[in-house]
Design a protein around this ligand. Structure first.
Ligand code: S3P
Length: 188
């Protein structure tokens, strides 16, 4: 069997990329990097790949080109990553807004929704000022509005792992446990 499935054809669960989805600030990048190490898989961070492709930071892309251009670039980058070899992939919080990305996630990845209560997320996003969608806004209000639009998409993930209040190491453990039972279920 060829290692890469024909575009659109679902690939077996054990050979799928593990894609972390969820709001900004839930820890997808840090947890994803640790999870990849634990599973012996390569890691990619959607935002870092977008920055490399554009030769600009995410903030500069938003400021100079606007959100629509950022989203188009994000979709292109995720299509490339999801079309490539198996990995752990941290997606940006808004990646699920794109229909084609959602379709690819469904056929090519095991998706894990890292869910945390909004207070935890607010505390985390306040540590850094790198998120253009929060600039000049009350973070709780902005995150609530995002949650309203995005939670229905995140909820379609194969697995949901609550990471509220937890340390990153605990989140990695919880995700590994959820993945192991998902893989076992696929064998049964
Ligand atoms: C965004 C989340 C960010 C980044 C961009 C937009 C969003 O990624 O892609 O600032 O729309 O939620 P993280 O979720 O990795 O912070």
């Amino acid at each position: 069997m060829s290692p890469v499935a024909i575009d659109g054809e679902p690939i077996p669960v054990h050979r799928r990329t593990i894609a972390l989805v969820g709001l900004m600030g839930v820890g997808k990048s840090t947890v994803g990097r640790r999870l990849a190490k634990r599973l012996g898989l390569p890691f990619a961070d959607g935002d870092i790949e977008i920055e490399a492709a554009a030769g600009m930071t995410v903030s500069d892309i938003f400021a100079r080109l606007g959100e629509a251009e950022f989203r188009a670039g994000e979709a292109r980058v995720l299509k490339r990553l999801l079309g490539g070899p198996r990995m752990v992939l941290a997606t940006g919080g808004g990646a699920v807004l794109n229909e084609e990305t959602r379709a690819m996630l469904k056929t090519r990845a095991v998706t894990v929704w890292m869910r945390a209560d909004l207070k935890t997320v607010v505390a985390r996003v306040q540590r850094r000022d790198t998120r253009p969608l929060l600039r000049g806004r009350d973070p709780l209000e902005a995150l609530k509005a995002m949650a309203e639009v995005r939670y229905p998409f995140y909820a379609a993930a194969d697995l949901t792992v609550d990471v509220t209040g937890g340390a990153h190491a605990e989140a990695v453990d919880a995700i590994v446990r959820a993945l192991e039972s998902h893989w076992a279920g696929a064998e049964a």
